[in-house]
Design a protein around this ligand. Structure first.
Ligand code: ZN
Length: 57
């Protein structure tokens, strides 16, 4: 099982590049069990969408 710190890093990395399948599964499994990381991922997703809305900065 990955630590929250590792999952946070992988969530951020996964926004820039496609993670290997094994890593994506490990993150998914962790998110199923961990509220804190689910919230972190949701926040990162919101941030990414917000940045996408204002390109060229
Ligand atoms: Zn976690």
């Amino acid at each position: 099982m990955k630590t929250c710190k590792e999952v946070h890093r992988l969530v951020i990395e996964g926004q820039d590049r496609r993670l290997p399948l094994s890593q994506r599964i490990a993150v998914r499994m962790h998110l199923l069990l961990c509220d804190a990381c689910r919230r972190f991922e949701a926040q990162m997703e919101l941030l990414r969408q917000a940045l996408r809305r204002f390109p060229g900065d």
